[in-house]
Design a protein around this ligand. Structure first.
Ligand code: KIV
Length: 274
């Protein structure tokens, strides 16, 4: 396990050395500590928190203050990992000035070392201006959850040919636009593996895939998918490495039973006058 602090600039070196980049989402202190201790390269405080932490059915309700609140917990836990803060819906699309202020707040108030935003060609100027004030930007194209209504749901993108948003040729142009605007890496979400592979070969910046096959320069998972911390649905692209939901349910059942049967607390859990 590497012990040195991961910087934005290390990711390009990892791509050049063909060292896969590892990224996980985290939203609070204990899990950020665990993943950092395990040696994860990048921790993302993603707007996925709307769905996996807040219980919403999309990422759209998440606010900039929500991200800052969770960023603070994660950056307190971080020793080594690079921490990236997600710009939530409507915190950067209105104007470049709004985007600069929002990105600045994630750095200044939340302690993020970089920000992530969704969009390709249409966001290129915004990315360029944020990078110009020395805030590193991670792009995000393909299945961009903030576009859930345009996409007609959380659907795999890049299967159709054409230049319309979400089509194959358009995604190739989006990837190039994000790189040329100065992003240091780009998330490729929910696209065919072959297309992700082509984008990865074309770009000099690292690609980090989620539902984009094995040939990206790195992989990212939402921590709830990694840990089996969701009630039922496990997306095709995810692999649960633990069963935290099932184990937590079993723990709560055991606790309820032992309290009702006067098994807990036992003598070893009690304080005495002397
Ligand atoms: O918000 C998020 O967690 C993300 C990842 C899925 C990349 O954007």
């Amino acid at each position: 396990m590497a012990t040195e602090k991961t910087r934005v600039t290390d990711l390009a070196r990892m791509k050049a050395a063909h060292t896969p980049i590892t990224m996980l989402t985290a939203y609070d202190y204990p899990f950020a500590r665990i993943f950092d201790e395990a040696g994860i390269d990048v921790l993302l405080v993603g707007d996925s928190l709307g769905m996996v932490v807040q219980g919403a059915d999309s990422t759209l309700p998440v606010t900039l203050d929500d991200i800052i609140y969770h960023l603070r917990m994660v950056t307190r836990a971080r020793r080594r990992a690079l921490v990236v803060g997600d710009l939530p819906f409507l915190s950067y699309q209105v104007s470049v000035e709004q985007a600069l202020r929002s990105a600045g707040k994630l750095v200044k108030k939340g302690g993020a070392e970089a920000v992530k935003l969704e969009g390709g060609i249409t966001m290129a100027e915004t990315i360029r201006r944020i990078v110009e004030i020395d805030i590193p930007v991670m792009g995000h194209i393909g299945l961009t959850p903030q576009s859930v209504h345009r996409m007609g749901g959380h659907r795999v993108q890049g299967r159709r040919t054409g230049k319309a948003p979400g089509c194959r040729e358009r995604l190739l142009e989006d990837a190039t636009a994000v790189e040329q605007a100065g992003a240091f890496a780009v998330v490729l979400e929910g696209i065919p593996s072959e297309l992700a592979s082509e984008i990865t070969q074309r770009l000099s910046i690292p690609t980090i895939g989620i539902g984009a096959g094995p040939e990206c320069d790195g992989q990212v998972l939402v921590m709830h998918d990694l840990l089996g911390l969701s009630e039922s649905f496990i997306p095709r692209f995810a692999k649960p490495y633990a069963s935290v939901w099932k184990d937590s349910l079993a723990a709560a059942h055991s606790y309820i039973r032992e309290v009702r049967e006067h098994v807990f607390p036992g003598p070893e859990h009690c304080y005495h006058a002397r």
